[in-house]
Design a protein around this ligand. Structure first.
Ligand code: CMX
Length: 439
C-alpha cells in the first residue's frame, strides 16, 4: 500500500507545520479584502491553501511545483505510448515527489484491482431518459456509488479524526478507478445504444484502458491523448469552482462521492468545464456558416456577432490566468505534431489569431487569451468523439485526480468546515461611508 505508507509518514511533519503556522503566525495579515473583491465573486482573495498545485497568473499551472512540460518529462512513460502513465501523475499529486516506474505502476495496479462498478449504477444510468445530459448521468452515478463509501462506514463506526485521511484515500482510489468505466459506459450507452459493461483490463494503463473502453478510434494516439488530457485537466489549484465545491462539501465530512458529485455539478456550468462543449460547438457553427475555414474578416465579424448577442466566446478568458493557458499550448502542440492539416485545427488556430484581438477591442475581459477549453474538443473530434455534449465528462474524469488528492490531504491536515462570513449590502455601504467621511 505505497500511497498509504507514504502519506502516513508525511502527515506528522505537515501537521506540525500547519499547527506552528497557525500558532506562531496566526495574526499575520495575508491580504486586505476590498468591496470590489467581496462583490466580484471573491476573485483573487487569498483565503485557501493547498500544496497539490498552484497557478501563477503569468505562467499557469504547476503540479507539486512542476510545470506541465516538466511533469510530462519527469513522469514514467506508459508502455507502448509516448506520454506518462496517469498513475504516476496521481502519485505525484498525492505524495509531492516524482514516482519511480514501480511506484507509478503501483497506482495503476491498484486501479486495476478496484476497477469494478456495481450493477445498480449501470441500471440507474440506463433508466434515465435518453436526452439526459451526460454530466447529469455522471454526477448521479458518482452520488449513487456513495453507498460504497469506506469513509462513511468507518466514520459511523467511530473512526479517529487522525485516520480520516486513510478512509478518504480508500474512497479516492475506488472512485478514480471506477470513473473511466462509468464514463465509457455513458458514452457507449447514450450515443450507440450499447448496454454491455465496459471491461477494465488490469494489464493496460489508465489511458489505454479508457481508449479501449470508449471504442472510438482506430487512429493511433487516442490513448496518448487521454494520458495527456487527464494529466492537464487534473488540477488548477483550489479556488476554481469544481475544486472549491469538492473542498467545501468535503469540509463538512461528506464522503468523497458526495463531494465529487458536487464538484462535477460545478464543472457542468458553461463558465467552467462545460465551456469545452460550447467551444467546439462554436467552432462547428463557424465552419457551417462559412462552409470551412473562413476569411479572417468573416471570423472577426462572427466573433463580434457572438459578443453583440450577449454571449461570451467560449474557451477565452480566465478568472486568474493572464497569459495563454499552457494547457492550451500543450494540446495545440500535440495536435500540430499529429494532424497539422486537420480543418478544425486550422480553424482553431485562426480563432487564436482573431478572438483575442476582438476581446481586447471590446475591452471587458481581463484576459483575452485562450484557456484549456478552447482546443480540447478539437482533439477529441479528430479522434472520433464527435458528441460534444460528452466533453465535460472527460474533463470530470481528469479533474477527479486533483480534487481527490486535495480531499485526502484536507482530511489528513484536519482542515475545518469552511465557513466564510457574509455581510449585508447595508454593512458594506456603512463601511464605505466611514472611509469617505471618517468620524
Ligand atoms: N467572451 C466575452 N466576454 C468575456 C469573456 C469571453 N470569453 N471573458 C470575459 N468576458 C467578460 C465577462 O463576462 C465580464 O463581463 P461583465 O463585466 O459584463 O460581467 C468581463 O469580461 C470581465 O470578466 P473577467 O474579470 O475578465 O473574467 P471573470 O473572472 O469574470 O470570468 C471566465 C472568467 C472564464 C468565466 C470568463 O472569461 C468567461 O466567461 N469565458 C468564457 C467561458 C469559458 O471559456 N470558461 C472556461 C474557463 C476555464 C474553465 O474553468 O474550464
Amino acid at each position: 500500500m505505497i500511497l498509504h505508507e507514504r502519506i502516513s509518514a508525511l502527515l506528522p511533519v505537515w501537521r506540525d507545520r500547519i499547527k506552528a503556522l497557525a500558532k506562531e503566525h496566526g495574526d499575520v495579515v495575508v491580504d486586505t479584502v476590498t468591496i470590489e473583491e467581496v462583490l466580484g465573486g471573491m476573485r483573487d482573495i487569498k483565503s485557501m491553501y493547498t500544496d497539490i498545485s498552484s497557478v501563477d497568473p503569468a505562467e499557469g499551472i504547476r503540479f507539486r511545483g512542476l510545470t506541465i512540460n516538466e511533469t510530462l518529462q519527469a513522469l514514467p512513460k506508459a508502455r507502448g505510448g509516448k506520454l506518462p502513465m496517469v498513475g504516476g501523475l496521481y502519485y505525484l499529486l498525492m505524495i509531492g515527489e516524482v514516482p519511480s516506474k514501480e511506484e507509478a505502476q503501483w497506482v495503476e495496479d491498484e486501479w486495476g484491482k478496484r476497477a469494478s462498478v456495481p450493477d445498480y449504477v449501470f441500471k440507474m444510468i440506463k433508466a434515465m431518459p435518453k436526452d439526459t445530459h451526460p454530466m447529469i448521468l455522471l454526477s448521479q452515478a458518482v452520488l449513487a456509488l456513495g453507498k460504497e463509501s469506506v469513509f462513511n462506514k468507518r466514520y459511523h463506526e467511530g473512526m479517529k479524526k487522525d485516520m480520516y485521511w486513510e478512509a478518504a484515500l480508500e474512497d479516492s482510489l475506488n472512485l478514480t478507478a471506477r470513473l473511466p468505466i462509468i464514463a465509457a459506459y455513458i458514452y457507449r450507452m447514450k450515443y450507440f445504444g450499447e448496454s454491455a459493461k465496459p471491461k477494465y483490463n488490469p494489464k493496460l494503463d489508465y489511458g489505454a484502458n479508457f481508449a479501449k473502453m470508449m471504442k472510438v478510434s482506430d487512429k493511433k494516439g487516442y490513448a496518448d491523448l487521454m494520458r495527456l488530457y487527464f494529466t492537464i485537466h487534473s488540477d488548477h489549484e483550489s479556488g476554481n469552482a469544481s475544486a472549491h465545491a469538492m473542498h467545501l462539501v468535503g469540509s463538512t465530512l461528506s464522503d468523497a462521492y458526495f463531494s465529487f458529485s458536487a464538484s462535477l455539478n460545478a464543472l457542468a456550468g458553461p463558465l467552467h468545464g462545460l465551456a469545452n462543449q460550447e467551444s467546439l460547438a462554436w467552432l462547428l457553427d463557424v465552419r457551417k456558416m462559412f462552409g470551412g475555414v473562413p476569411t479572417r474578416e468573416n471570423l472577426y465579424k462572427f466573433a463580434w456577432d457572438t459578443l453583440n448577442s450577449g454571449k461570451v466566446i467560449p474557451g477565452y478568458g480566465h478568472g486568474i490566468l493572464r497569459v495563454i493557458d499552457p494547457r492550451f499550448i500543450t494540446q495545440m502542440e500535440f495536435a500540430k505534431k499529429r494532424f497539422p492539416d486537420d480543418e478544425l485545427l486550422r480553424l482553431a488556430d485562426m480563432v487564436l489569431d482573431v478572438v483575442p484581438a476582438v476581446l481586447k477591442e471590446q475591452g471587458k475581459a481581463k484576459s483575452p487569451a485562450p484557456n484549456v477549453d478552447a482546443i480540447s474538443g478539437t482533439l477529441q473530434y479528430y479522434y472520433g468523439v464527435r458528441e460534444f455534449d460528452f466533453y465535460t465528462v472527460l474533463f470530470g474524469v481528469g479533474r477527479a485526480l486533483g480534487v481527490t488528492a486535495n480531499y485526502v490531504w484536507a482530511r489528513g491536515l484536519g482542515q475545518p468546515i469552511e465557513r466564510p462570513k457574509s455581510l449585508t449590502t447595508k454593512m458594506l455601504e456603512d463601511l464605505a461611508e466611514k472611509v469617505v467621511k471618517p468620524a
